[in-house]
Ligand binder design. Structure first.
Ligand SMILES: [Zn+2]
Length: 113
């Protein structure tokens, strides 16, 4: 790698350039940048309307819950769907509750918009 300031060739893992004494910020910076992007992406607020409607129409498959990231609840609805449509009724009520604001945030704790 090269010095970010003067371009002097440096060995791996050199923190400070011996020529110009400037601090080297190697790969770390890149990793931080991309992880911030990932965080922003996964923390984008989900839509309450979309989640509620998905859950009302496809509640038996837990689609609205999957959308919000509550995979455990979604799988519970799928598995109880064949048992007297429990999952379907549960999913339907769940959708109404989501629309009414009973579910305030997604599985990551991000408030719904
Ligand atoms: Zn330098």
């Amino acid at each position: 790698m090269k010095c970010i300031n003067c371009g002097q060739e440096l060995g791996q893992d050199v923190r400070r350039c011996p020529i110009c004494k400037s601090e080297q910020l190697p790969k770390k910076r890149k990793i931080r940048k991309s992880s911030v992007a990932d965080v922003e992406y996964s923390y984008a607020p989900k839509s309450r309307i979309i989640a509620g409607l998905l859950q009302i129409f496809f509640g038996g498959f837990g689609i609205g819950r999957f959308y919000l990231g509550y995979n455990g609840i979604a799988i519970g609805q799928i598995f109880t769907f064949p048992i007297f449509f429990i999952g379907g009724v549960w999913g339907f009520i769940d959708g109404i509750l989501i629309l009414c604001g009973q579910v305030e945030c997604d599985a990551n704790g991000i408030a719904l918009k």
